[in-house]
Write a protein that binds this ligand. Structure first.
Ligand SMILES: *[C@@H]1O[C@H](CO)[C@@H](O)[C@H](O)[C@H]1NC(C)=O
Ligand SMILES: *[C@@H]1O[C@H](CO)[C@@H](O)[C@H](O)[C@H]1NC(C)=O
Ligand SMILES: *[C@@H]1O[C@H](CO)[C@@H](O)[C@H](O)[C@H]1NC(C)=O
Ligand SMILES: *[C@@H]1O[C@H](CO)[C@@H](O)[C@H](O)[C@H]1NC(C)=O
Length: 504
C-alpha cells in the first residue's frame, strides 16, 4: 500500500516538474492543445496558464471581477471569451499588454460601461446584453483596428455620433434592443458596412447622420417610432429595413438616390400612399405587408422578383400597376379586399410562379393568369363557379387552394387543363356530391393528386336511404370515369419549395 502512494506521488511530482513551462493545463480546464484553453466552474481567471496560450474561453463561469494581473505574461492572447460570467467590473487597461488581442467577447454580463484601455489590436468587441447606459468616447480611443462593435441589448438612450469617431475601420455596428431615442451628429465611419438599430425608440433621424457613411450597405431600423423615411439615406445601401414603424408615406424623392438598393422592407407601418412611385432600378424585393395601401405601388423596377402587399386595403389588381414587372416571381396579395382582378393583369409577368390571393373578395378565378404559375392560393374568397377558360393557361400549376369558397360543383373538363396538379385543397365548400363530382374525385385519386381531406365521403350507414342511393350511384359514376384516357401519369416535379396550407 505504502509504495503505491509513493509511486503515485512521484509520478505527480515528475509530471508537474516536466510541465511547468509550456504544457501545464490548470485545474478545471481543457487544453485542446496548449494554445487553446477552455475552463469550467471557475470563479477567477485560472493562474498557471501556459504563456503561449492564444485562445482562452472562460464563458459560462462565475467571475465577478477581471483584473489586469489575471493575464500577466499572456502576451500571445488573440481571443478571449468571458461571456455569461456575471462580470461586473473590468479594470481599466486590463488587457492593454495583450497587444495581439483581436477578439474580446464580454456579452451577457453586468458591465455598466464599455471597458477602457483596450489594446489597439482589437478587431471584434462584443459587449451586448450588459447594463451599459451610455457611451463615452474615451473607451474607443485608439481602437483603430476595430471592425465589429456589438452593443445590442443594453440601456443606451442617447447615441452621440462623435463618441465613435475613433473607429475608423469599423464595419459592423450593432445597437439593437437599446432605448435609443436620439441620435446626434454625423457618424464618421467611412468603412461602416452594416448599421443595425432595430428595436429602439427612434422617432426621427437627422439627415446629417448619414453624410459620412459612404460604405453603408445594410441599414436596419425596424421596430422604432419613425413617422417618415429618414432623409439623405446613404447611396450605397443594398438593404433597408423599416418594418414596424409608423411611416405613412413613401416618397420617391427620399429614396431616389438609392440606385443600388435591392431589398426594401416597410412592413407593418401605416403607409397609405406612395408618392411618385418607387423608381429603384435594382430593387428585387419589396415588402409592404400590413399597411394601408388602397392601390398597388406603380412604376416599380423591372428587376423586382418579390412583391409582398399582404394585409393592406387593396381593392383591385390591374395591368396598369404590374405591367413593368417582367421578373416578378412571387406576388403576395392575400388578406386584402380585392374584388376586381382584371383579366390578363399579369400578362407581362413572364416569370411568376407564386400567386397568393387568399382572404379576398373574389367571386371567380382571375382569367388569363400567367402560364408560369406553380402555386395559386385562392382560399377564403367567394368563388362559386370555376370555368374552363380560367384554367386554360395553368398548364404548370402544381398547387391549387380553393378551400373555404362557395363552390358546389367542379367539372372534369376543368381538371383536364391542369396536367401537373399535385395538390388541390377543396374543403370548406358547399359541394353537391353529384355523380360528376364523384368522377372528379376519382380522377384526382387516379392521378394521385393529394386532396388532403375527404371530398364527398359516404355518409354513415345509419343515415338510411340517402346513403343507400349514393352507394348505388358510386360504381356507376366510377365506371364512366374509367373511360377517360387523357391522363398520362404524374409529371416530374419542377419546384421543390414546400407549400403550407394554413387553416383560417
Ligand atoms: C452601386 O453598385 C455598383 C456596382 O456594384 C458600384 O460600382 C457603385 O459604386 C455602387 N454605387 C454606390 C453609390 O455605392
Ligand atoms: C444598379 O442598376 C444600374 C442601372 O441598371 C447598374 O448600372 C448597376 O450596376 C446596378 N447595381 C448593382 C449593384 O447591381
Ligand atoms: C388580415 O388583416 C387584418 C387587418 O388588416 C388582420 O387583423 C388579420 O390578422 C389578418 N389575418 C391574417 C390571417 O393574416
Ligand atoms: C346537385 O346536382 C344535381 C345534379 O347535377 C342537381 O340535380 C341538383 O339540383 C343539385 N343540388 C343542388 C342543391 O344544387
Amino acid at each position: 500500500m505504502m509504495w503505491m502512494f509513493w509511486l503515485l506521488g512521484s509520478i505527480v511530482a515528475f509530471h508537474s516538474l516536466s510541465c511547468t513551462h509550456s504544457h501545464l493545463c490548470p485545474k478545471k480546464c481543457v487544453c485542446e492543445h496548449t494554445k487553446s484553453v477552455q475552463c469550467f466552474r471557475i470563479q477567477a481567471v485560472p493562474s498557471g496558464l501556459s504563456l503561449d496560450v492564444r485562445k482562452l474561453n472562460l464563458a459560462y463561469n462565475h467571475i465577478k471581477e477581471i483584473k489586469g494581473r489575471d493575464f500577466t505574461g499572456l502576451s500571445d492572447l488573440q481571443e478571449v471569451s468571458l461571456s455569461s460570467c456575471g462580470v461586473e467590473l473590468l479594470e481599466i487597461n486590463a488587457f492593454l499588454p495583450q497587444t495581439s488581442l483581436r477578439v474580446l467577447d464580454l456579452q451577457k454580463n453586468k458591465l455598466r460601461h464599455v471597458p477602457r484601455g483596450l489594446p489597439s489590436s482589437l478587431e471584434v468587441l462584443r459587449v451586448g446584453h450588459n447594463h451599459i447606459h451610455g457611451l463615452q468616447g474615451v473607451a474607443f480611443e485608439g481602437l483603430h483596428h476595430l471592425r465589429v462593435l456589438d452593443l445590442q441589448s443594453n440601456m443606451i438612450t442617447v447615441l452621440r455620433a462623435n463618441t465613435l469617431s475613433a473607429l475608423v475601420k469599423l464595419e459592423c455596428l450593432y445597437l439593437d434592443g437599446n432605448r435609443i431615442e436620439t441620435v446626434n451628429g454625423a457618424l464618421r465611419l467611412p468603412q461602416l458596412n452594416l448599421l443595425s438599430m432595430t428595436s429602439n425608440r427612434i422617432s426621427s433621424l437627422s439627415s446629417a447622420l448619414f453624410a459620412s457613411l459612404q460604405s453603408l450597405r445594410t441599414l436596419q431600423l425596424s421596430e422604432n417610432l419613425l413617422t417618415r423615411l429618414p432623409h439623405n439615406l446613404p447611396r450605397a445601401l443594398l438593404h433597408l429595413s423599416l418594418d414596424r414603424n409608423k411611416i405613412r408615406t413613401l416618397r420617391n424623392r427620399d429614396l431616389a438616390q438609392l440606385r443600388n438598393l435591392t431589398v426594401l422592407s416597410v412592413s407593418a407601418n401605416k403607409v397609405s400612399s406612395i408618392d411618385g412611385g418607387l423608381r429603384l432600378p435594382n430593387l428585387t424585393s419589396l415588402e409592404l405587408s400590413g399597411n394601408q395601401l388602397k392601390v398597388l405601388p406603380g412604376r416599380l423596377a423591372s428587376k423586382l422578383e418579390t412583391l409582398d402587399c399582404r394585409q393592406n386595403a387593396l381593392q383591385e389588381v390591374t395591368h396598369q400597376h404590374l405591367s413593368g414587372m417582367r421578373h416578378l416571381k412571387h406576388l403576395f396579395l392575400e388578406n386584402n379586399t380585392i374584388r376586381h382582378f382584371e383579366a390578363k393583369a399579369l400578362r407581362n409577368c413572364f416569370q411568376l410562379t407564386n400567386l397568393a390571393l387568399e382572404q379576398n373578395l373574389l367571386t371567380s378565378i382571375p382569367e388569363g393568369l400567367p402560364d408560369t404559375l406553380v402555386r395559386l392560393d385562392l382560399k377564403q374568397n367567394r368563388i362559386d363557379t370555376i370555368q374552363e377558360k380560367e384554367m386554360r393557361t395553368l398548364k404548370r400549376l402544381q398547387v391549387l387552394n380553393l378551400r373555404n369558397n362557395h363552390l358546389s360543383s367542379l367539372s372534369l373538363a376543368v381538371l383536364a387543363h391542369l396536367p401537373r396538379l399535385q395538390r388541390m385543397f377543396l374543403g370548406g365548400n358547399p359541394w353537391n356530391c353529384s355523380c360528376e363530382l364523384l368522377r372528379v374525385k376519382h380522377r384526382l385519386m387516379v392521378r394521385q393528386v393529394d386532396i388532403g381531406e375527404e371530398l364527398c365521403v359516404e355518409p354513415a350507414p345509419t343515415l338510411g336511404d340517402h346513403w343507400r342511393a349514393s352507394l348505388l350511384e358510386q360504381p356507376r359514376c366510377i365506371n364512366d370515369a374509367a373511360e377517360d384516357t387523357d391522363y398520362s401519369g404524374p409529371e416530374e416535379q419542377t419546384e421543390n419549395e414546400e407549400y403550407y396550407d394554413y387553416d383560417v
